[in-house]
Design a protein around this ligand. Structure first.
Ligand SMILES: Nc1ncnc2c1ncn2[C@@H]1O[C@H](COP(=O)(O)OP(=O)(O)OP(=O)(O)O)[C@@H](O)[C@H]1O
Length: 404
């Protein structure tokens, strides 16, 4: 299994991958590349993490991330296009190769996890990723598709399928409260956080379902910054909304006869306030989870540009304000060292140095552990090499090192 610059060669009808671009560049980019099989592993740090505040190099970062068998959640977020998906995929692979059954989930409506793994993950269910030592599954949650399905269910069945659908999304109790509202209109102008509500409800399913209990590492590839903040603030939003919904309860009760035709008498009789309370508790549980320093960590991904770092600084402040644990910053796409820069690269390098200085001087970001990942000259993809291709006799040493 390898996360490498993606270059395919057909050799004897088998797929192999060159690793030359990575080996030419910084070995610290092992965050994106993979550790070689144990017997080939170099002795240097494979996941170099440097505290910006204390400039000494440390290898403690990744060791700390893999330590322990209790479940841990890593949310990767940052500005659009900085490499969140690439980093989430490679981190997930590293966890799986370190012995953790791992799940990587994309909550970004503009998914690219499928592209990153070169596998179709759009079905809304767990897809096994072959290759790592321990099980690795990937999942894309497609909120927009879910919303569309929801809309068509309403149109087709006049609302009769709504409850089942919402139940499947973990939001069943909501529909009973809003059953007499015009759901079509609600979907045309979705309340802020509806997409994130679907993602959160999936998270709650992870927590509750036996099927997911095996996973000890869950990596989230989140949507760009704005969405992420809404995701984190949604439990509060829903908490506040519950008051409003409770007011609707009275209205719903008076419209019981109308609802009866949709949901049946028994449903209407159920204690709406109790259900809302349950929903609130669930949301609070999610909120607690995201703020639990023992189990959760938000990793900010950025690139060395003034704009990206300024946004990362604001994101870091917001996360801290929300009491979300944030300890690490990945600075992706750093120009690799070169003995002779062209004019463009030399200018670019200076620009990147200025941006990196911003991190050192930023009151929020400077306290984070910094991982630097170089810009590589090919697209980052996760793929695997069939074991049969890894026979030493048939392969040169470099290919073998990053295969399994
Ligand atoms: N270090 C790198 N060197 C070269 N290309 C990179 C690097 N990191 C990411 N890329 C490329 O940049 C593009 C965007 O990466 P990716 O999809 O991981 O970013 P993202 O932050 O998840 O994007 P979005 O916000 O759109 O979801 C991809 O084509 C990816 O291959």
């Amino acid at each position: 299994m390898a996360v490498v610059g993606f270059r395919r060669h057909l050799r004897n009808n088998r797929t192999t991958i060159t690793t030359s671009c990575l080996s030419r560049f910084n070995p610290a980019f092992d965050f994106i590349s993979l550790p070689a099989p144990k017997k080939h592993r170099p002795h240097r740090s494979l996941f170099q993490v440097r505290s910006v505040a204390a400039s000494a190099e440390s290898v403690a970062g990744f060791d700390e991330m893999v330590a322990g068998t209790q479940r841990k959640y890593y949310l990767l977020g940052g500005k659009g296009g900085v490499g969140k998906t690439s980093c989430a995929a490679s981190l997930a692979v590293k966890f799986a190769n370190s012995g953790h059954p791992t799940l990587v989930v994309s909550t970004d409506p503009a998914h690219s996890l499928s592209d990153s793994f070169a596998q179709d993950l759009t079905g809304g269910s767990l897809v096994p990723v072959e290759g790592p030592d321990s099980p690795l599954f990937a999942l894309e949650i497609n909120p927009e598709k879910a919303r569309e399905e929801f809309r068509s269910v309403i149109q087709k069945n006049g609302g009769t399928g709504v409850k089942d659908f919402m139940d499947s999304m973990g939001l069943g109790m909501l529909v009973e409260q809003i059953g007499e509202l015009k759901l079509g209109e609600l979907l045309d102008t979705p309340p802020p956080g509806l997409d994130e509500a679907i993602a959160i409800s999936k998270v709650m399913q992870f927590l509750e379902s036996q099927e997911y209990s095996m996973f000890t590492r869950i990596v989230f590839d989140t949507a760009p910054t704005g969405h992420t903040l809404r995701l984190l603030s949604l439990p509060d939003f829903l908490d506040a909304s519950i008051g409003k919904i409770l007011q609707l309860k009275q209205k719903i009760a008076s419209a019981a006869s109308a609802i009866k035709s949709v949901f049946g008498q028994e449903e209407v009789k159920q204690d709406a306030a109790g259900k809302l309370e349950k929903l609130r508790e669930r949301m609070l549980k999610v909120r607690e989870l995201f703020r639990d320093t023992e189990s959760t960590e938000f990793v900010i991904v950025t690139i060395p540009t003034v704009m990206a770092i300024s946004e990362s600084s604001r994101l870091c402040d917001s996360l801290k304000k929300e009491s979300v644990p944030v300890k690490r910053l990945i600075v992706n796409q750093i120009l690799p060292p070169s003995a002779s820069d062209c004019k463009f690269c030399s200018m670019k390098r200076k620009d990147q140095m200025r941006a990196l200085d911003m991190i050192h001087n930023d009151p929020s970001l400077s306290s984070l552990m910094l991982t630097q990942a170089p810009l590589v000259d090919v697209e980052i993809r996760v793929t695997f090499i069939p074991r049969s291709c890894c026979r030493k006799s048939a392969r040169d040493a470099t290919d073998c090192e990053l295969s399994f």
